[in-house]
Design a protein around this ligand. Structure first.
Ligand code: C5P
Length: 250
């Protein structure tokens, strides 16, 4: 596989979706990079790109591909009639990949949505509600759901033995956050410039923004925006797609 230089993205459009898709997905088990694994016969990344492109607010989509896989991802998108999607190579961590995506955006993009390729089934309405909240004046917006499980804080132990519980946060105050996370562009760029690589919030862009002192707000997420991480999630994703197809054919 050869690598391609980053593409130049044309100017004149304002809300961009950046899709980090450079992860290996080791928790899913051996095989292709996670974003390229099929769901109902179509790669997860293609579902994720279509999901954000369907949103009214999104005018530009940029995929951050594995650094040694930009050509493969380009061909994959072309083969699915997604030639207007831009592709750049990613980095070692998710944080690096998002920053490389941000660097490739044209100057006149003022709102950025960051959406994990690993959340291929997010409804367009969720994407639009995040973008609208940013356009309405919020600097940083995350879709989130209330928790069904009670959560315990523990003292982690590396030896596999029972871990002592150190606290039980009040469930009503907790939210599980999803993507797309939406930002005023300069707020996200500032966070990427100021928050250390490998820092605490590195798995979550909003977490990085919080650490710069900017307020992050939450809008309702959607149960179909779950992250495909473990093998059982693939089963669930196929079931959601089958349900959508059955609905569409009525
Ligand atoms: O590993 P995790 O599930 O948290 O990854 C979330 C998203 O970040 C995935 O879409 C994955 O492809 C992406 N990622 C990336 N570059 C990395 C690691 C993860 O774009 N180096």
């Amino acid at each position: 596989m050869s690598t391609e230089p980053a593409q130049t993205v044309p100017e004149g459009r304002r809300t961009a979706a950046v899709i980090p898709a450079a992860g290996r997905g080791v928790r899913l088990g051996p095989g292709a990079p996670k974003a390229l694994r099929p769901l109902s016969g179509t790669p997860m990344l293609v579902h994720a790109v279509r999901a954000v492109a369907r949103a009214r607010a999104v005018s530009l989509v940029l995929v951050v591909a594995p650094p040694d896989g930009t050509t493969e991802v380009r061909h994959l998108l072309d083969a699915h009639s997604l030639s207007d999607v831009f592709v750049v190579g990613g980095g070692e961590t998710r944080q690096d990949s998002v920053r490389l995506g941000l660097d490739a955006l044209p100057d006149d993009v003022d709102t950025v949505l960051v959406h994990d390729a690993a959340r291929p089934l997010v409804p367009a309405e969720t994407v639009d509600s995040v973008a609208e909240a940013v356009r309405g004046g919020a600097a940083a917006v995350v879709p989130a759901l209330r928790l069904t499980d009670t959560v315990k804080e523990v003292e982690p132990r590396g030896d596999g033995g029972p871990e002592p519980v150190t606290g039980t946060p009040e469930r009503a105050r907790l939210r599980a956050v999803q993507t797309p996370q939406g930002f005023a562009r300069e707020v996200l760029v500032d966070a990427h410039n100021r928050v250390a690589r490998e820092g605490e919030g590195a798995t979550d862009d909003a977490g990085m923004v919080e650490r710069t002192g900017v307020e992050v707000v939450v809008v309702p997420g959607h149960e179909e925006a779950f992250k495909v991480t473990r093998p059982l999630d693939l089963v669930l994703a196929d079931a959601v797609l089958a349900r959508r197809m059955a609905r569409d054919s009525y």
